[in-house]
Structures are given as C-alpha cells and as structure tokens.
Design a protein. Structure first.
Length: 536
C-alpha cells in the first residue's frame, strides 16, 4: 500500500493495526498520515506528495511567510483571523527560525511528534484559508432554503500542489480571492465603514497596561487588532514584546480615536480598541461573503445580473453595465420568494403561452371554477395531452387540489400574464424573466409582488440587447416574430449566464456603496452564520 492510499483511504484505527512488515513508513510519515486521514483535502495533497512536509526546513520558511502574510489580509476580506490561528502560526515560525528545541503544542495529540504538529498546524490553516477566500466560509445552501447557489471553488489538494511547486508561493495565494472590481470596492468600503472598529472574529486585547518593554502574549494580540484596522506595526522578531514600532502604531490609533497619543495601551485605549462592528460594516461583511460565492464564475464575461433586493436587472460586459431595467420579484412570503442561483439563458420566447403553475391553478383558480365554471375565462382548461377541454364537459366540484387532472394555459395575447416575451434559463424551480401587462407596479419603490418569477420593466429592450451580439438587426428580427402572433423561439448563441443574487450593500461602477432592504431576511441569517463561524 502506498503512502497516498494510506493518507486517503484509512482511518486512524486501521492505520494503527497494519502489520509492520508490509509497510516501510517512517514514524514521521505514519504520524502525518494519521493526522490528515480525516481531512480529505490535506489527505489528497500529502498522499500525492509522499507524506513529506512542505512547511518545514529552508523551503518551508518561504511558504510559512507567504501564508502568514496572506492571513494578515483576512480582516480586509471580512474574514475572522481567529479561524486561522495566525498568532499561533507566527509563534511557530519564530521558533523554527530561531532553531529553538522543538516542542509539540499543548493541544497536539500525544502521538504526533513536534515536527508534524507544526506542519499540521500550517497545513490546516492553509486548507481553511484557501477554502474561505476562494469560495466563502459558508455553504450557502445550508443558510436558507431560498439560497440554491452552488459554490465552485478549487480543490484544496490542487491548490496545495500548486503552492508547494511554485517558486513564488505568495503569488499562488494572491490569485485565490475573486478578481473583480466590485469585490475590491467592497473591501475598501469595509475599511471605511469599520473605521476604528475591528472586524468580527479578531481577538480582543486583554485588559491591562501595555507599554514599551512589556513581554506578554497579549502584546501579540494587540498587534493583530491594530493591524486589522490599518495601524500595523513594523514586523518584529518577537511579536510578544512591546517595542517602539508598536508604540508608534498605538499612538497613531489613539490620535485617530481622539485619545491622548502617548503610545501606551491603557484601559481607555484597550476599551476603545475592543469595540464591536457597526451595522454598516456588517452589511458589507455579508456582501463580501456573497461575492466569494460567485468566485467560480467569470464575471467579466457577458451576463445578466439580477439583484433581488434592488429590484433591478442589468446586462454586464467586461465588468461594466451595458443595460439596466427595473424588476418585480417574488412576494416576501416563503412560498413565493425568488431563489438565488445561476443558470444559462438559452432562448427567448416571443408571444409566449402561459402555462399556469399547478400551485396557482389549484389554490387560486380551482375554487373560482368550482363556484362558476366560466370564471377566469382568459384561461384554457387543458388535459394531459395538451388538448383544450370545454368547460361544460368538466364538473369542477368533484375535484380537489390533490386530484385535479387538468392544467390551465393562456394563449398569446395583449393581456397574457407573461406579456409579449419571456427569457428562459431552464432550472429546477421553473424561474424565468418575463414581460407583464401590469406595468404600473414598476413605479412602486417596493416591488415584491410575483409568485417567484421576475417581471421585467423594459422587456423588449432587454430582448434587443441580448440578441445584439448575434444579429445585425435584432430589432427587426424581434418585431417580425412579434407580428406573427405565434409563439416563436429565438435561441441565444452562445447562452448568457443569469446570476440571481441578493445584495443589500453593493457598489456601483464608481465604487459608491448603495444600500437596499433585506426584503426576505436572508442577510440576517447569513450574518448570524458568519458570526457563528468566527467563534469556532
């Protein structure tokens, strides 16, 4: 059996009882295999790497420095540094660089040698950081049922192999965050909104009197909290010692906070430094996490961007808006709320029929038909074969919502519920964009009225813009299809990604942050989940 198989396929108990003559692994290899066997990403990497450490020795020093430097940027990404154990990693790095005698951390299992405990701590921090910064802390589908988004992040094993083989490990880590101007605008806005307030998850400074010459673990915490709000001290060979560069950083913070700038972190300075986040910063923290969920998509490619709380849809191309329109979205009722997901728009339907969703048919129309068979006369009653059935042939009173055997459908017409065009990106939830005859709703400030699909304020203009890259005269082609009066399909070549997103704080092209109401209460749930993750 190979080290790769050992790391990937066995639990700790089975490793312990393997017959020694059949496996010639060193004690170090065995310890590392046991340590990573329950962590698939690390098991994949170390198995393929022959169970060799990558954070130890001369080459390991460069990799440790690159990871520690990347973790120092966690607050600007709205990620809690406490998740990654940056202070512990810095202490291990200091010890390894000073060639001090190795001692396993107090939290390390007794059967893991000190060297492997050091390697494991860096490996686990690497796995968690690369997971979070490349696709978010949370699994969005576990936060709320209306969030259907699937995150496409690079596998830990692949990223770690690239990192281990690269001559510039820092560059590998720098490529992981979403490369998007809107993400960068949110990062800058977080710094502005936070002001002198550290992000959620940054360790608080213990009460005390911290001044030059003092050596204490609390001093290292003071460094991290100051750095998280833009007052980083010059790196020290001994981060637990309060030196002059740290005193200068403290004085800079004190001056900005309106405190006496004496460079000493006393009770007033520590209390001010330990204040929590603001509501404005919280909204941006959530927006940054939501943007990380989009990291697997090419947001520079042409796409439709529908921000539900903004009641707005845009076509984006090369990072810039080329079309914009108002929308009406699902009611703020769990049954009708518009979900969040991404699919490809494949075609437009001009003069569409409206196939009434069964939920609407049996809940809203069947009771009216039972009272009056001629009710909702604009709709046809259709059997399973698609044939229109005369209403005088149906006794609606003998059916219930559970056994009603018919569908209802509306012909193309001026008052069709879908208007003159619908935009199809097939998905399991039967959500699409469409025109509507109820134009007056677009004048309202709050526009959550639909059963889940998205009504478009400028549907014909949207159709023209979607068809423009593939047609010399999209207006003429659309007009001909419309004039025919027949249901007509116009395929998009290539299909256009549609992102249904939910941002209550988001930048415009100039980087200005706009705020929108949390109409479905989803951001509150995301924020609570982020806070929980920051405490683990």
């Amino acid at each position: 059996m190979t080290p790769h198989a050992l790391a990937q396929g066995l639990d700790a108990a089975s490793v312990a009882v393997l017959p020694a003559p059949r496996i010639a692994f060193s004690e170090q290899e065995m310890a590392l295999a046991r340590a990573v066997v329950r962590e698939p990403g690390l098991a994949d990497f170390y198995g393929s790497n022959g169970l060799r450490p990558i954070f130890l020795g001369a080459d390991g020093a460069r990799r440790r420095a690159a990871l520690i430097e990347a973790l120092g940027q966690a607050p600007s990404h709205g990620l809690p540094p406490a998740r990654y154990g940056q202070l512990d990693l810095q202490r291990i790095d200091d010890r390894l660089r000073s060639a001090a005698p190795e001692a396993a951390p107090e939290t390390a299992p007794a059967d893991i040698p000190a060297r492997i405990a050091d390697e494991l701590q860096f490996g686990q921090a690497f796995a968690r950081w690369t997971h979070d910064v490349s696709g978010g802390i949370l699994d969005p589908r576990k936060v709320e049922s209306g969030i259907k988004r699937v995150v496409n992040r690079p596998p830990t094993g692949e990223v770690m192999r690239d990192f281990a083989q690269s001559g510039d490990p820092a560059a590998v880590l720098a490529r992981l965050p979403l490369q998007d101007a809107r993400y960068e605008s949110l990062r800058k806005a977080l710094i502005r909104s936070s002001g002198l307030i550290a992000p959620q998850g940054v360790p608080k400074v213990p009460e005390g009197l911290w001044r030059p010459g003092v050596s204490d673990a609390a001093v290292a915490t003071l460094r991290v909290r100051l750095a998280s709000i833009g007052f980083a001290a010059v790196p020290s060979a001994s981060p637990t010692t309060f030196d002059q560069p740290l005193a200068d950083a403290v004085a800079g913070f004190q001056q900005a906070a309106g405190l006496p700038a004496d460079g000493v972190a006393g009770p007033r300075t520590v209390a001010r430094l330990n204040q929590g986040t603001s509501a404005s910063a919280d909204a941006i923290l959530v927006a940054l996490e939501r943007m990380r969920w989009m990291a697997g998509h090419d947001l520079n490619a042409r796409h439709v961007w529908v921000n539900l709380p903004e009641y707005n849809a845009r076509i984006m191309e090369n990072g810039r808006e080329v079309f914009e329109t108002r929308t009406v979205i699902g009611k703020a009722n769990q049954e009708f709320e518009t979900p969040e997901f991404t699919e490809n728009m494949q075609f437009l339907v001009v003069n569409p029929r409206w196939n009434v969703p069964r939920s609407i048919t049996v809940k809203e129309y069947l009771p009216r038909l039972q009272a009056n068979r001629n009710a909702v006369g604009h709709l046809d009653v259709v059997d399973s074969a698609g044939r229109v059935i005369g209403r005088d042939r149906v006794d609606f009173r003998k059916y219930t919502a559970a056994n009603f055997p018919y569908r209802m459908r509306q012909k193309p017409s001026d008052d069709n519920a879908l208007g003159v065009v619908k935009f199809m990106f097939p998905n399991p939830w039967n959500i699409y964009l469409h025109d509507t005859p109820t134009k007056h709703l677009f004048n309202n400030e709050t526009r959550a009225y639909s059963h889940g699909c998205i009504r478009i304020g400028r549907p014909i203009d949207l159709a023209h813009e979607l068809l423009r890259p593939q047609l010399d005269d999209p207006e003429a082609v659309f007009a001909k299809a419309l004039a025919s009066g027949r249901e007509t399909y116009l395929n998009l070549r290539p299909p256009v990604p549609v992102h249904l997103v939910y941002f209550t704080a988001f930048p415009d092209d100039e980087g200005r942050i706009h705020r929108y109401p949390d109409i479905y209460g989803r951001d509150a749930l995301v924020r609570a989940a982020l806070a929980k993750a920051g405490l683990q």
